[in-house]
Design a binder for this molecule. Structure first.
Ligand code: MTE
Ligand code: MO
Length: 427
């Protein structure tokens, strides 16, 4: 059963953030109320958008967020939730600790966990357009299970100077769950990709914030070469459970290495295009960066903005939690993860002296390509006082993470600034 079913039984959950509860009706729409409560609401028509049902008020803990423990709500319309870094310590990110990025509203089919009649259409520049049920996908193609990092293109945006518009993600719009599905490449091969194919275009059934069913929420794509590489998968399960309402039930794409905006949730169509896809949030400055480095604050002409593809190399310190108290003179383990949009990370270094000296951390191999890699080190604060642990990862081409923000871009994407935590040594 999916974690999402948590929300159909009334339970206490004092830890769940209250923001979503407060504005839950604005986020999900009135029609969702019955589904959330798991029962009919006969007088639902009398409710207005700002209404907070008693069952959903503080302390009853019944809402879409009920499974997300200790996460930070950046906004609730659309719902955007990030994970504090110390909660990302797991090798496989559990549902409770995976960030949420919605550009629109969770569709009713996902809230109801109703996949009846769900069809994935593959059309456009293909020899044989396909209409596949979820059972077709499961039975006609090889099933694969992979740990794949999913990271929002805007993760780290909060650290750009001057600030850029959009969700002010810090370090926590990333996770590495285990996904089960079929290779996108296998499905496209079955359809027979024509020579004219240039790009994919992805569609889902989530609802525009305006409520207008005709309006696209987000429809992004990837170059056909990336789609055919074999790393991208069409998934129906996360961590062995059916996809939850927030993460794309019943089907989604996972395109590792690219900004997660390419990993369409609620997936019902892949349109093979004969040119770069031009769906919602594919054009203008959405998920685009200047073709050349620009000074902070520069206004960049639209024609000089190019699609953001591979995400840069990155690492985080997930243990201990920043501010942890340790004993002076005693060894303490520090650890975290490292990942890279090109594939495997080459090395991770850490510093205990504000970057004066760097030591090599132990780096575990990835469980599979595009999984994040565990790094570990032992540090010994020589005497009592304030310390920081800094970490930096280096990719296969020798490119590492900058101590300050990387080159500024107008929408604040791909910030792989080094992560650091505070340690207080006592005794
Ligand atoms: N249908 C749909 N797919 C979507 C989005 C969306 O708003 N709607 N947001 C994208 C973005 S910008 C991100 S970062 C990821 C977030 O995935 P998650 O919410 O499962 O963590 O989903 C991507 N896929
Ligand atoms: Mo994103």
């Amino acid at each position: 059963m999916s974690d999402q079913t948590d929300s159909t039984s009334i339970q206490r959950d004092a830890e769940a953030p209250s923001g979503s509860r407060r504005n839950f009706l604005k986020t999900t729409g009135l029609s969702a109320l019955g589904a959330m409560l798991g029962m009919a609401v006969p007088f639902e028509r009398n409710l207005s958008a700002g209404f907070v049902p008693v069952a959903l008020a503080q302390d009853t803990g019944l809402d879409l967020m009920s499974g997300k423990k200790g996460l930070m709500v950046l906004g609730d319309r659309p719902l955007n939730v990030e994970t504090p870094v110390h909660l990302l310590d797991d090798d496989v990110t559990p549902y409770e600790r995976l960030f949420v990025r919605m550009n629109g509203l969770v569709p009713q089919t996902a809230l109801d966990q109703n996949a009846e009649g769900w069809v994935l259409t593959i059309d456009g520049e293909v020899e044989t357009p396909l209409e596949l049920s979820i059972d077709d996908l499961k039975s006609r193609f090889e099933n694969v299970t992979r740990r794949l990092v999913i990271e929002c293109g805007g993760n780290g945006r909060a650290f750009f100077q001057p600030g850029t518009s959009g969700n002010q993600w810090t370090f926590g719009a990333v996770g590495c769950p285990e996904w089960t599905g079929v290779r996108l490449a296998d499905v496209l091969k079955e359809a027979g990709v024509k020579d004219t194919a240039v790009y994919t275009g992805h569609y889902g059934n989530d609802v525009h914030l305006s409520g207008d069913e005709e309006k696209e929420v987000i429809s992004r794509g990837v170059p056909i070469e990336k789609a055919m590489e074999g790393d991208a998968i069409i998934v129906w399960a996360m961590n062995g459970e059916p996809l939850s309402a927030l993460h794309g039930f019943p089907l989604r794409l996972i395109v590792p290495g690219y900004p997660a905006s390419a990993s369409q949730k609620y997936l019902n169509r892949i349109w093979i295009r004969d040119k770069e896809h031009d769906g919602a949030k594919m054009t203008g400055d959405s998920y685009r960066i200047p073709a050349y480095p620009v000074a902070p604050g520069t206004e960049v002409p639209e024609e000089d903005m190019v699609v953001l593809k591979e995400m840069p190399v990155k690492s985080i310190v997930t243990f201990p939690e920043t501010g942890a108290e340790v004993k002076a003179g005693e060894e303490v383990e520090v650890r975290g993860h490292a990942w890279c949009g090109k594939g495997d990370v080459a090395s991770v270094q850490y510093s205990l002296d504000f970057g004066q000296t760097w030591q090599e951390a132990e780096l575990e191999p990835a469980a599979n390509r595009f999984a994040w890699q565990r790094w570990r080190a032992k540090v010994t604060p020589p005497q009592h006082g304030y310390y920081e642990v800094w970490a930096r990862a280096v990719d296969q081409d020798g490119i590492g993470q900058p101590p300050l923000s990387p080159v500024w871009n107008p929408r604040g994407y791909a910030n792989n600034i080094q992560h650091r935590i505070a340690l207080v040594a006592v005794g």
